[in-house]
Design a protein around this ligand. Structure first.
Ligand code: BG6
Length: 481
């Protein structure tokens, strides 16, 4: 398979927070990979902006270090020097006036202008105001904002209102990096580019859906941020919510930003409130790996794991629960969506050949692929014995080198910003609706003063999460890589 790379238009991209972790780990290495792929015109400019006083060359050296460390560049790569020549740097004071005129002078008329806010959300308003106030951004400019987008409905609304003072909604790109993952986009391709699944994609044929995002990492190193957040704010309100939307939404009339986002919004608005008995929160507790130590807060009640049963109140999904779970320090790093179909309504076989329900598992990471479990006859004489076998497809095997070498989410998303395509970005009303659903869950928990259930690091999470399923005569799929 030959991958098709369509170069984007000539652009000036300003990265606020260019000396920070996200820029080093994701943004700069991602841009370099797109440059190598031939997607970035050699006339484009990438301008780092941060408080540190340094010149272009110092920033280029810093970027080279980050690209080597996080971009998998070993040895001499002649394209690295070429890429670095696109880079420049302006020392800027987000809350003062220093540096803004210099930034303005660097922006080239005629190029696409994008401003990446890779900074603490508290600075979003200051930067937006100065970009507009100094006449650096105009009605065609784009801004990119990172999560966390608020910590509840009120703060998300305030943030939307602040940005709206200076930018129109069509200029604002709210990143949820899960939407940039190739296999997450594949959910839409699987559903809407095949005739096979959609007729069965409803409560009549689907017993339940399981969405799992399991991580092996803990929170050590970012404990103070994480402890104020927890799994619901950090993962459910955004990443798992987006996965849920893509699985549950109605077919949009077109693969167009607002058509897709309108359908996602309808799903979020149809989510029922989650009663306390349908949620389990956990905290990894062990001798070496201990949440309380990692969070540096011996009294913490913040969850590093959450499992919940979610219902969608609409015609398509009435009676089909969605079970979501995500956690840190679990047995394996794996993200998957499992669609568990209903059992055939009647079996023509005797008891020894009872058909089992079909399962469609979409593996998002690692080893991206799809697996459909179907019943067949066990080979050999001796009657009709049925056995369930997987129709297993790894994208790497099916697509050759392109399938194994999938672009990182940030690469795709930044190129979409330059192209002016908002399909894979969250709209303001979507983010607010997501908070409107999670706020009561979070508040009820905080009011209850309960402690999360402890679970062993390296396990599948707390036993209570197993019971959440057993109660409904169902079981979680095993967490394994
Ligand atoms: C981030 C969360 O948004 O997503 C992290 O803040 C989490 O806590 C990360 O580890 C997971 O992303 P990925 O791409 O590694 O699955």
């Amino acid at each position: 398979m030959v991958s098709r790379v369509i170069p984007v238009d000539d652009f000036d991209l300003v990265i606020f927070g260019a000396t920070g972790d996200l820029a080093h780990r994701k943004i700069l290495p991602g841009l370099f990979r797109r440059f190598k792929a031939g997607q970035i015109p050699a006339t484009s400019r990438i301008i780092g902006a941060a408080r540190t006083a340094q010149d272009d060359d110092a920033f280029r050296a810093e970027a080279a270090g980050a690209i080597r460390e996080f971009g998998g560049v070993t040895g001499e790569d002649p394209q690295l020097a070429e890429f670095l020549s696109l880079l420049g740097y302006v020392a800027i004071d987000a809350r003062g006036e220093g540096g803004w005129q210099e930034l303005k002078a660097r922006m080239r008329p005629g190029a696409v202008h994008a401003f990446y806010f890779s900074v603490a959300p508290a600075l979003f308003g200051d930067i937006a105001e100065r970009l507009a106030g100094h006449g650096i951004a105009d009605d065609d400019s784009r801004i990119v904002v990172e999560k966390p987008f608020g910590r509840d409905l009120a703060s998300a609304r305030a943030l939307n209102a602040t940005l709206a003072q200076h930018f129109h909604e069509h200029q604002i790109y709210r990143i949820d990096h899960y939407l940039g993952k190739e296999t997450v986009q594949n959910l839409m391709a699987v559903r809407f580019a095949n005739v096979l699944f959609e007729p069965l994609w409803n409560a009549q044929f689907i017993d339940h859906v399981q969405i799992t995002v399991a991580e092996t990492v803990g929170v050590a190193g970012r404990g103070s941020y994480y402890d104020k957040s927890g799994a619901i704010r950090d993962m459910v309100q955004n990443h798992l919510m987006q996965l849920l939307c893509l699985i549950a939404m109605e077919p949009p009339y077109h693969f167009d930003p607002d058509a897709v986002r309108d359908e996602k919004l309808k799903v979020i608005r149809a989510l029922e409130a989650v009663p306390p008995q349908d949620i389990v929160r956990g905290q990894y507790r062990g001798h070496d790996d201990d949440y309380l130590k990692d969070a540096e807060n011996p009294e913490s009640r913040t969850e590093s794991y959450v499992a919940m049963k979610v219902r969608i109140a609409n015609w398509r999904w009435q009676g089909t629960p969605f079970y979501l779970r995500t956690g840190k320090k679990l047995r394996a790093r794996t993200s998957e969506i499992a669609i568990i179909f209903k059992e055939p309504p009647h079996s023509i076989f005797d008891d020894s050949g009872q058909p089992k329900a079909n399962e469609l598992v979409i593996r998002l990471q690692p080893n991206e692929g799809m697996n459909l479990k179907v019943m067949i006859k066990e080979p050999g004489p001796g009657g009709m014995r049925l056995v369930q076998v997987p129709l297993d497809m790894s994208f790497a095997d099916a697509l050759g080198p392109d399938g194994a070498d999938m672009p990182d989410a940030y690469e795709r998303l930044i190129m979409d910003v330059i192209r002016g395509n908002q399909t894979l970005f969250m709209r303001g009303d979507e983010v607010e609706a997501a908070w409107a659903w999670t706020d009561p869950i979070i508040n009820a928990w905080e009011d209850s003063k309960r402690r999360p259930e402890p679970y062993d690091p390296g396990s599948s999470g707390p036993d209570e999460a197993l019971r959440l399923m057993h109660r409904d005569n169902r079981r979680w799929r095993e967490i394994r890589s």
